[in-house]
Write a protein of this length. Structure first.
Length: 389
Protein backbone atom coordinates (compact mmCIF):
# COMPACT_ATOMS: atom_id res chain seq x y z
CA UNK A 1 0.00 0.00 0.00
CA UNK A 2 1.03 3.61 -0.52
CA UNK A 3 2.37 5.55 2.48
CA UNK A 4 1.52 9.24 1.85
CA UNK A 5 3.87 10.52 4.55
CA UNK A 6 6.87 8.70 3.08
CA UNK A 7 5.97 9.84 -0.45
CA UNK A 8 5.77 13.48 0.69
CA UNK A 9 9.13 13.17 2.43
CA UNK A 10 10.71 11.63 -0.68
CA UNK A 11 9.32 14.48 -2.81
CA UNK A 12 10.61 17.09 -0.38
CA UNK A 13 14.07 15.50 -0.57
CA UNK A 14 14.12 16.14 -4.33
CA UNK A 15 12.58 19.63 -4.17
CA UNK A 16 15.71 21.37 -5.44
CA UNK A 17 15.88 19.17 -8.51
CA UNK A 18 12.27 19.90 -9.43
CA UNK A 19 12.63 23.65 -8.93
CA UNK A 20 15.96 23.81 -10.78
CA UNK A 21 14.51 22.05 -13.82
CA UNK A 22 11.51 24.36 -13.81
CA UNK A 23 13.77 27.43 -13.52
CA UNK A 24 15.81 26.34 -16.56
CA UNK A 25 12.62 25.72 -18.55
CA UNK A 26 11.27 29.17 -17.63
CA UNK A 27 14.52 30.89 -18.57
CA UNK A 28 14.46 29.20 -21.98
CA UNK A 29 10.81 30.11 -22.42
CA UNK A 30 11.50 33.75 -21.54
CA UNK A 31 14.34 33.87 -24.08
CA UNK A 32 12.12 32.43 -26.79
CA UNK A 33 9.31 34.84 -25.97
CA UNK A 34 11.68 37.79 -26.32
CA UNK A 35 12.84 36.54 -29.71
CA UNK A 36 9.50 35.48 -31.17
CA UNK A 37 8.13 38.79 -32.43
CA UNK A 38 11.21 39.53 -34.49
CA UNK A 39 11.20 36.03 -35.95
CA UNK A 40 7.55 35.84 -36.99
CA UNK A 41 7.89 39.16 -38.80
CA UNK A 42 10.42 37.57 -41.17
CA UNK A 43 9.38 36.61 -44.67
CA UNK A 44 9.27 33.00 -45.76
CA UNK A 45 12.35 33.46 -47.93
CA UNK A 46 14.29 35.03 -45.03
CA UNK A 47 13.44 32.12 -42.76
CA UNK A 48 14.33 29.57 -45.41
CA UNK A 49 17.65 31.35 -45.96
CA UNK A 50 18.50 31.26 -42.23
CA UNK A 51 17.62 27.57 -42.03
CA UNK A 52 19.37 26.56 -45.25
CA UNK A 53 22.43 25.22 -43.46
CA UNK A 54 20.44 23.15 -40.96
CA UNK A 55 19.39 19.76 -42.39
CA UNK A 56 16.76 19.05 -39.73
CA UNK A 57 15.79 22.30 -37.96
CA UNK A 58 12.79 20.84 -36.11
CA UNK A 59 10.18 22.45 -38.38
CA UNK A 60 9.95 24.42 -41.60
CA UNK A 61 7.41 27.16 -42.29
CA UNK A 62 4.91 27.02 -45.14
CA UNK A 63 3.42 29.81 -47.24
CA UNK A 64 1.21 30.61 -44.23
CA UNK A 65 4.26 32.37 -42.80
CA UNK A 66 3.79 35.08 -45.45
CA UNK A 67 0.05 35.12 -44.93
CA UNK A 68 -0.09 35.51 -41.14
CA UNK A 69 3.36 36.61 -39.84
CA UNK A 70 2.26 35.35 -36.42
CA UNK A 71 2.43 32.25 -34.25
CA UNK A 72 -1.36 32.25 -33.95
CA UNK A 73 -4.12 32.09 -36.57
CA UNK A 74 -7.30 33.33 -34.83
CA UNK A 75 -10.50 31.32 -35.04
CA UNK A 76 -13.22 33.38 -36.68
CA UNK A 77 -16.29 31.94 -34.93
CA UNK A 78 -17.57 33.38 -31.63
CA UNK A 79 -20.38 31.94 -29.49
CA UNK A 80 -22.28 33.01 -26.41
CA UNK A 81 -22.93 29.52 -25.04
CA UNK A 82 -22.26 25.85 -25.61
CA UNK A 83 -25.59 25.36 -27.42
CA UNK A 84 -24.45 27.74 -30.15
CA UNK A 85 -21.11 25.92 -30.34
CA UNK A 86 -22.88 22.57 -30.76
CA UNK A 87 -25.12 23.98 -33.47
CA UNK A 88 -22.05 25.17 -35.36
CA UNK A 89 -20.32 21.80 -34.84
CA UNK A 90 -23.28 19.78 -36.05
CA UNK A 91 -23.56 21.99 -39.10
CA UNK A 92 -19.90 21.40 -39.94
CA UNK A 93 -20.15 17.63 -39.38
CA UNK A 94 -23.51 17.03 -41.06
CA UNK A 95 -23.25 14.17 -43.60
CA UNK A 96 -19.44 14.03 -43.21
CA UNK A 97 -18.39 10.68 -41.74
CA UNK A 98 -15.62 10.62 -39.16
CA UNK A 99 -13.75 7.43 -38.30
CA UNK A 100 -11.26 6.40 -35.63
CA UNK A 101 -9.54 3.21 -34.57
CA UNK A 102 -7.87 2.55 -31.23
CA UNK A 103 -6.25 -0.45 -29.61
CA UNK A 104 -5.84 -2.10 -26.25
CA UNK A 105 -3.96 -5.17 -25.10
CA UNK A 106 -3.41 -7.78 -22.43
CA UNK A 107 0.30 -8.44 -21.99
CA UNK A 108 1.68 -11.92 -21.29
CA UNK A 109 1.90 -12.70 -17.60
CA UNK A 110 4.91 -14.26 -15.88
CA UNK A 111 2.48 -15.78 -13.40
CA UNK A 112 1.32 -18.47 -15.84
CA UNK A 113 3.41 -21.12 -17.57
CA UNK A 114 2.08 -20.57 -21.14
CA UNK A 115 2.83 -17.18 -22.70
CA UNK A 116 -0.29 -15.66 -24.23
CA UNK A 117 -1.42 -12.12 -25.04
CA UNK A 118 -4.39 -10.35 -26.58
CA UNK A 119 -4.68 -7.36 -28.92
CA UNK A 120 -8.06 -5.75 -29.37
CA UNK A 121 -8.69 -2.93 -31.84
CA UNK A 122 -11.98 -1.09 -31.80
CA UNK A 123 -13.32 1.37 -34.33
CA UNK A 124 -16.12 3.86 -34.59
CA UNK A 125 -17.62 5.48 -37.67
CA UNK A 126 -20.10 8.32 -37.13
CA UNK A 127 -21.87 9.21 -40.36
CA UNK A 128 -23.53 12.35 -38.95
CA UNK A 129 -26.75 11.63 -40.78
CA UNK A 130 -30.32 12.07 -39.67
CA UNK A 131 -31.28 9.05 -37.59
CA UNK A 132 -27.82 8.72 -36.01
CA UNK A 133 -26.25 6.10 -38.31
CA UNK A 134 -22.97 4.78 -36.93
CA UNK A 135 -20.77 1.66 -36.82
CA UNK A 136 -18.96 0.23 -33.79
CA UNK A 137 -16.94 -2.97 -33.95
CA UNK A 138 -13.80 -4.71 -32.71
CA UNK A 139 -11.17 -7.13 -33.98
CA UNK A 140 -9.43 -9.46 -31.52
CA UNK A 141 -6.21 -11.39 -31.98
CA UNK A 142 -4.54 -13.81 -29.57
CA UNK A 143 -0.73 -14.03 -29.72
CA UNK A 144 0.96 -17.31 -28.82
CA UNK A 145 4.43 -17.98 -27.41
CA UNK A 146 5.93 -18.28 -30.90
CA UNK A 147 4.46 -14.93 -31.96
CA UNK A 148 5.68 -13.26 -28.75
CA UNK A 149 9.25 -14.53 -28.96
CA UNK A 150 11.73 -11.67 -29.30
CA UNK A 151 15.18 -10.35 -28.51
CA UNK A 152 14.52 -9.23 -24.95
CA UNK A 153 18.06 -10.07 -23.91
CA UNK A 154 19.33 -7.69 -26.61
CA UNK A 155 16.73 -4.98 -26.27
CA UNK A 156 15.36 -5.23 -22.73
CA UNK A 157 13.69 -1.80 -22.87
CA UNK A 158 10.98 -3.25 -25.15
CA UNK A 159 10.01 -6.60 -23.62
CA UNK A 160 6.54 -6.51 -25.22
CA UNK A 161 7.67 -5.11 -28.55
CA UNK A 162 5.93 -7.75 -30.67
CA UNK A 163 2.65 -7.18 -28.85
CA UNK A 164 2.96 -3.38 -29.08
CA UNK A 165 3.89 -3.63 -32.74
CA UNK A 166 0.92 -5.87 -33.57
CA UNK A 167 -1.43 -3.41 -31.88
CA UNK A 168 0.06 -0.51 -33.88
CA UNK A 169 -0.12 -2.52 -37.09
CA UNK A 170 -3.77 -3.51 -36.54
CA UNK A 171 -4.76 0.11 -35.93
CA UNK A 172 -3.05 1.16 -39.19
CA UNK A 173 -4.63 -1.78 -41.06
CA UNK A 174 -8.09 -0.78 -39.91
CA UNK A 175 -7.60 2.86 -40.92
CA UNK A 176 -6.14 2.03 -44.34
CA UNK A 177 -8.91 -0.49 -45.05
CA UNK A 178 -11.51 2.16 -44.25
CA UNK A 179 -9.80 4.77 -46.44
CA UNK A 180 -9.64 2.34 -49.35
CA UNK A 181 -13.35 1.59 -48.97
CA UNK A 182 -14.13 5.33 -49.00
CA UNK A 183 -12.02 6.25 -52.03
CA UNK A 184 -15.10 7.15 -54.12
CA UNK A 185 -17.10 8.73 -51.30
CA UNK A 186 -18.44 12.30 -51.51
CA UNK A 187 -17.90 14.10 -49.26
CA UNK A 188 -14.70 12.45 -48.12
CA UNK A 189 -14.71 11.26 -44.51
CA UNK A 190 -12.08 12.27 -41.95
CA UNK A 191 -10.00 9.59 -40.23
CA UNK A 192 -8.37 10.02 -36.82
CA UNK A 193 -5.18 8.24 -35.78
CA UNK A 194 -4.74 8.22 -32.02
CA UNK A 195 -1.21 9.61 -31.63
CA UNK A 196 1.61 11.06 -33.64
CA UNK A 197 2.44 10.27 -37.26
CA UNK A 198 6.08 10.94 -36.31
CA UNK A 199 7.47 7.73 -34.80
CA UNK A 200 10.42 9.14 -32.84
CA UNK A 201 9.92 6.47 -30.16
CA UNK A 202 11.19 3.90 -32.67
CA UNK A 203 14.68 5.45 -32.75
CA UNK A 204 15.55 3.45 -29.62
CA UNK A 205 14.68 0.16 -31.32
CA UNK A 206 16.73 -2.15 -33.51
CA UNK A 207 16.82 -1.07 -37.18
CA UNK A 208 14.49 -3.84 -38.40
CA UNK A 209 11.88 -2.83 -35.85
CA UNK A 210 12.22 0.85 -36.68
CA UNK A 211 11.57 0.00 -40.32
CA UNK A 212 8.32 -1.76 -39.45
CA UNK A 213 6.91 1.37 -37.83
CA UNK A 214 8.15 3.66 -40.61
CA UNK A 215 6.65 1.39 -43.27
CA UNK A 216 3.31 1.28 -41.45
CA UNK A 217 3.05 5.08 -41.25
CA UNK A 218 4.08 5.39 -44.89
CA UNK A 219 1.23 3.01 -45.80
CA UNK A 220 -1.12 5.30 -43.91
CA UNK A 221 0.18 8.44 -45.66
CA UNK A 222 0.24 6.81 -49.09
CA UNK A 223 -3.27 5.41 -48.75
CA UNK A 224 -4.57 8.80 -47.65
CA UNK A 225 -3.00 10.52 -50.66
CA UNK A 226 -4.10 7.85 -53.14
CA UNK A 227 -7.72 7.78 -51.95
CA UNK A 228 -8.01 11.48 -51.13
CA UNK A 229 -9.30 10.58 -47.65
CA UNK A 230 -7.79 12.87 -45.00
CA UNK A 231 -6.19 11.37 -41.90
CA UNK A 232 -5.04 13.32 -38.86
CA UNK A 233 -2.80 12.23 -36.01
CA UNK A 234 -4.23 13.75 -32.84
CA UNK A 235 -2.00 14.25 -29.78
CA UNK A 236 -4.01 15.68 -26.90
CA UNK A 237 -1.02 16.32 -24.61
CA UNK A 238 2.06 16.99 -26.70
CA UNK A 239 5.59 17.58 -25.40
CA UNK A 240 7.04 17.91 -28.90
CA UNK A 241 9.44 20.81 -29.44
CA UNK A 242 9.77 20.98 -33.24
CA UNK A 243 8.60 24.59 -33.41
CA UNK A 244 10.70 25.84 -30.48
CA UNK A 245 13.79 24.14 -31.93
CA UNK A 246 13.18 25.98 -35.22
CA UNK A 247 12.71 29.28 -33.41
CA UNK A 248 15.91 28.73 -31.42
CA UNK A 249 17.83 28.13 -34.67
CA UNK A 250 16.41 31.32 -36.15
CA UNK A 251 17.19 33.39 -33.04
CA UNK A 252 20.64 31.91 -32.50
CA UNK A 253 19.64 30.66 -29.05
CA UNK A 254 21.19 27.70 -27.24
CA UNK A 255 18.45 26.34 -25.02
CA UNK A 256 19.54 24.69 -21.80
CA UNK A 257 16.48 22.48 -21.48
CA UNK A 258 13.41 21.48 -23.44
CA UNK A 259 10.57 23.92 -24.06
CA UNK A 260 7.48 22.33 -25.58
CA UNK A 261 5.70 23.95 -28.50
CA UNK A 262 2.41 23.72 -26.62
CA UNK A 263 3.91 25.48 -23.60
CA UNK A 264 5.11 28.37 -25.78
CA UNK A 265 1.76 28.74 -27.57
CA UNK A 266 -0.63 28.19 -24.67
CA UNK A 267 -0.83 31.79 -23.33
CA UNK A 268 -1.18 33.18 -26.86
CA UNK A 269 -4.25 31.17 -27.86
CA UNK A 270 -7.99 31.29 -27.28
CA UNK A 271 -10.39 28.45 -28.00
CA UNK A 272 -10.30 27.39 -31.64
CA UNK A 273 -7.12 29.31 -32.47
CA UNK A 274 -4.36 27.44 -34.21
CA UNK A 275 -0.77 27.90 -35.22
CA UNK A 276 0.20 28.28 -38.88
CA UNK A 277 0.95 25.07 -40.72
CA UNK A 278 4.52 23.80 -40.38
CA UNK A 279 6.32 20.95 -42.09
CA UNK A 280 7.92 18.55 -39.63
CA UNK A 281 11.73 18.44 -39.84
CA UNK A 282 12.56 16.74 -36.54
CA UNK A 283 16.16 15.76 -35.91
CA UNK A 284 16.12 12.26 -34.45
CA UNK A 285 17.72 8.90 -35.16
CA UNK A 286 14.83 7.12 -36.90
CA UNK A 287 15.97 5.47 -40.11
CA UNK A 288 14.61 6.66 -43.48
CA UNK A 289 12.97 9.77 -42.07
CA UNK A 290 9.83 10.65 -43.97
CA UNK A 291 8.96 13.60 -41.73
CA UNK A 292 8.77 16.25 -44.45
CA UNK A 293 5.70 14.43 -45.74
CA UNK A 294 3.93 15.40 -42.51
CA UNK A 295 2.56 18.83 -41.57
CA UNK A 296 1.39 19.90 -38.14
CA UNK A 297 -0.47 22.64 -36.34
CA UNK A 298 -1.30 23.30 -32.71
CA UNK A 299 -5.01 23.72 -32.07
CA UNK A 300 -6.63 25.06 -28.90
CA UNK A 301 -9.53 22.77 -28.09
CA UNK A 302 -10.10 23.55 -24.40
CA UNK A 303 -10.16 26.77 -22.40
CA UNK A 304 -7.59 25.77 -19.78
CA UNK A 305 -5.25 23.19 -21.27
CA UNK A 306 -2.36 23.66 -23.71
CA UNK A 307 -3.19 23.26 -27.41
CA UNK A 308 -3.35 19.82 -28.96
CA UNK A 309 -1.00 18.82 -31.76
CA UNK A 310 -2.74 17.89 -35.01
CA UNK A 311 -0.65 16.22 -37.73
CA UNK A 312 -1.71 15.46 -41.30
CA UNK A 313 -0.19 14.46 -44.64
CA UNK A 314 1.50 17.24 -46.56
CA UNK A 315 -0.70 16.59 -49.62
CA UNK A 316 -3.66 17.81 -47.58
CA UNK A 317 -2.05 21.21 -47.05
CA UNK A 318 -0.89 21.46 -50.66
CA UNK A 319 -4.44 20.69 -51.84
CA UNK A 320 -5.79 23.52 -49.68
CA UNK A 321 -7.95 21.09 -47.68
CA UNK A 322 -6.46 21.72 -44.25
CA UNK A 323 -8.86 24.52 -43.31
CA UNK A 324 -11.92 22.31 -43.81
CA UNK A 325 -10.26 19.42 -41.99
CA UNK A 326 -9.31 21.56 -38.99
CA UNK A 327 -12.89 22.79 -38.74
CA UNK A 328 -13.99 19.15 -38.62
CA UNK A 329 -11.48 18.53 -35.82
CA UNK A 330 -12.78 21.57 -33.93
CA UNK A 331 -16.35 20.33 -34.37
CA UNK A 332 -15.46 16.87 -33.06
CA UNK A 333 -13.87 18.53 -30.03
CA UNK A 334 -17.01 20.61 -29.39
CA UNK A 335 -19.11 17.44 -29.40
CA UNK A 336 -16.54 15.66 -27.23
CA UNK A 337 -16.19 18.65 -24.85
CA UNK A 338 -12.51 19.22 -25.56
CA UNK A 339 -11.46 15.89 -27.10
CA UNK A 340 -12.58 14.42 -30.45
CA UNK A 341 -15.77 12.48 -29.81
CA UNK A 342 -14.93 9.90 -32.46
CA UNK A 343 -11.58 9.09 -30.77
CA UNK A 344 -13.17 9.03 -27.34
CA UNK A 345 -15.75 6.52 -28.55
CA UNK A 346 -13.21 4.31 -30.34
CA UNK A 347 -11.21 4.17 -27.12
CA UNK A 348 -14.31 3.17 -25.15
CA UNK A 349 -15.01 0.41 -27.68
CA UNK A 350 -11.44 -0.93 -27.58
CA UNK A 351 -10.44 -0.60 -23.93
CA UNK A 352 -9.60 -3.73 -21.93
CA UNK A 353 -9.95 -3.31 -18.17
CA UNK A 354 -8.39 -5.23 -15.26
CA UNK A 355 -11.67 -7.13 -15.01
CA UNK A 356 -11.35 -8.04 -18.70
CA UNK A 357 -7.83 -9.29 -18.03
CA UNK A 358 -9.03 -11.55 -15.22
CA UNK A 359 -11.93 -12.78 -17.38
CA UNK A 360 -9.53 -13.57 -20.22
CA UNK A 361 -7.28 -15.67 -17.98
CA UNK A 362 -10.29 -17.61 -16.69
CA UNK A 363 -11.32 -18.33 -20.30
CA UNK A 364 -7.76 -19.31 -21.18
CA UNK A 365 -7.59 -21.63 -18.17
CA UNK A 366 -10.82 -23.33 -19.29
CA UNK A 367 -9.45 -23.59 -22.83
CA UNK A 368 -6.17 -25.12 -21.58
CA UNK A 369 -8.05 -27.68 -19.50
CA UNK A 370 -10.21 -28.72 -22.48
CA UNK A 371 -7.14 -29.04 -24.71
CA UNK A 372 -5.00 -30.81 -22.13
CA UNK A 373 -2.39 -28.05 -22.05
CA UNK A 374 -0.03 -28.02 -19.03
CA UNK A 375 -1.05 -24.65 -17.59
CA UNK A 376 0.40 -23.75 -14.18
CA UNK A 377 0.07 -20.63 -12.01
CA UNK A 378 2.97 -19.32 -9.93
CA UNK A 379 2.77 -19.52 -6.14
CA UNK A 380 2.95 -15.71 -6.07
CA UNK A 381 -0.15 -15.43 -8.26
CA UNK A 382 -2.06 -17.95 -6.14
CA UNK A 383 -1.04 -16.12 -2.97
CA UNK A 384 -2.09 -12.71 -4.31
CA UNK A 385 -5.44 -14.04 -5.46
CA UNK A 386 -6.05 -15.57 -2.02
CA UNK A 387 -5.15 -12.33 -0.19
CA UNK A 388 -7.35 -10.16 -2.42
CA UNK A 389 -10.40 -12.40 -2.73
Amino acid sequence: MLHPGKIVAALEAKRNRFTAADRVRQEDLDALNRAVEGIVALSLSEIESRLSGVPWPGARPTAEQEQYRSLVVPFSEQWSNHRQAREWAMGVLRNVPTFAADGSQISPSRDISIPVAVVQVGWFENRHQDGGAYVKDIAVEVLTAEELAGDEEVEGRFPDWRLNWRRFEMEVERLTAYMQAQADAHPKPLCFFDGSLIVSFAQHMLPERQQRYVSAVLRLLNTSERTGVPVVGYVDTSYANDLTVMLAHLAGLRLSGRVSDAGLLRPRMGWGDRSPVYVCARDDAVLDRYYERVCFVYLKTTAGNPPARVEFPRWLYEAGEHGRVLDLVRAECVVGTGYPYVLETADAVAVLTMQDRERFYRLFQEFAEREGLPLRFSRKAVSKKGRRS
